[in-house]
Design a protein. Sequence first.
Length: 346
Amino acid sequence: MVSIILLPLLSGCWDNKDINHRALPVIMGISLTEHNQYKIFLDIPSADDSNNITIVSDTGDTINEIIDHMSMNMESQVDLLHLKIVIVDKNFAQSGMQDVVSAFNRSRDISSKTLFAISVQPLEQFFSEIKAKTLNSGNIIYDFFEKNAGWNPQLADTRVWEMFRSINSYTHDVIVPLIRSGKTTNIECIGSAIIKNGKMTGQISPEETLVANTFYGKSAYGKLEVMDSATVQIISNKLTHKSWMKNDQAFLRSNLKLNVTILDSKGHPTEQEIKDKLEQLLTSRLEHLFKQTQQDEADILALGQFFRNDLTREQLSRWRSEYYPELDFELKVTTKIENRGNLKNL
């Protein structure tokens, strides 16, 4: 009798769908048409053992509408939970991505850890060239950004949640990788886009991206050419900061400590010469990056975070336009050369 009474309470798995009836795209491309509609591209690997890739595209007024329309016209239901990368074209990035990023965050259909990238090519051209080079295009693009595969510190690493945070933060902007299909390689990175309030306002080079990643603490194993005399590799870095306000002006003094190892050298420079040139190189690149972002009023180094306890919320809302352009910022770079090659301490 007890079993019979409990039987109606058993929900079972009536709403589950077999994986063979689900389309699991790994890449989504987003662009805007001439009529201000979204055009979505989905890179969907085959569910069987083959390496076939299907590129599906459709247009509509909202992303959810487009995905539903795709599912209606496919033999499988589109499931975005396993999406790895969102790629938007440059024109769309310059017009503003606030609505799309906010929609991703509200719907929860896309993981907040999904990578974000910007294509400098039209997406039709980008996806067609990538597919022509390799059948397994989804994994190729994902491996390009994967920390355990092709990623290196010259490449920005930005997620959907970081984009959403940037849009809703007064003091924290982001950089997003700029990519295109390569001539001799599958993908080529040409630098990073500066994103302010969800809109692309400028771009920086791969070398400057490495400097920004050094500031973020993501520069380990990044390589630097020091004045054509040596190549060094960053082993680790540490940043310390001291900030204060005086006469309604922000002051910041930062100290960057790097542990590096020499990979090769030309002309037999001394360690002190390499050390001095490396410190000058990093200091000049960071100063150039800082001045550029001051002009763009985009705080990609998140320097405003150090003044959140010194400014009211109303003052923080004016950080980019009023305080950041007048920020008195000085950086000291010190390096320690370790001649251990790539050997690890056991």
